[in-house]
Design a protein around this ligand. Sequence first.
Ligand code: F6R
Length: 243
Amino acid sequence: MKIKIFENYEKMSIEATRIIASQILRQPDSVLGFATGSTPLLTYKRLIRLYEEGLISFKKIKTFNLDEYINIDVKNPGSYRAFMENTLFNKIDIDEKNWFIPDGNAENIEEECILYDKKIKEQGGIDLQLLGMGTNGHIAFNEPGTSFSTRTHVVSLKQNTINDNSRFFDRLEDVPTKAVTLGIRSIMEAKQILFMANGAAKAKAVRDALEGPISIDLPASVLQLHPNVTILLDEAAAMELGR
Ligand code: F6R
């Protein structure tokens, strides 16, 4: 596990951009795993800039997002589909048939979960998975208590996750309470993981994930078992680390 600590969010994002761009240059048909939320926002902005400067292309890149809310209008800006379109996909040369997000409105959601894992397999698996973490240690929407053997599945969101995510909605009541998410096992199958956390609110979960016992009570702690994970932190998120 490589841990890199940066002075601030911007410097952390520059390093994340460098790692993703170098993956794209090395393997232009890479399968990338993308996350939503605040953490990767600047990284996406910088990737767009590299694309605009003609330095990287997403023409052959395939992407799989980690998760999506259940029963949310895809036009709702709070939906992860709209988030990805607005913050990245509409601004780069990715082919619409090459990006995948779980369909939270699928008639048969259990079937959608199986299909999503199958699609990832068909593309040869995820080469580089970008990951953020919730303040309660969740990765994707795998909340504390989720078995490490889960594949894509349906989850009920914990109240603190709903509270954290309400900033993307007009009202707390508008935040969906269920989601479909890549499972822990599906995430751990990625060939490489790029984990990012910034801000003091994540410091305790960062410490527990990296230095605490590996436990389903802190889902991100499973990353200690991954053979190829790079951890990028800003100083605020790293401040509780002992080692
Ligand atoms: C998003 C996701 C979540 C977020 C986490 C952190 O696709 O899977 O696990 O990475 O909730 O969110 P932010 O980055 O908004 O703090």
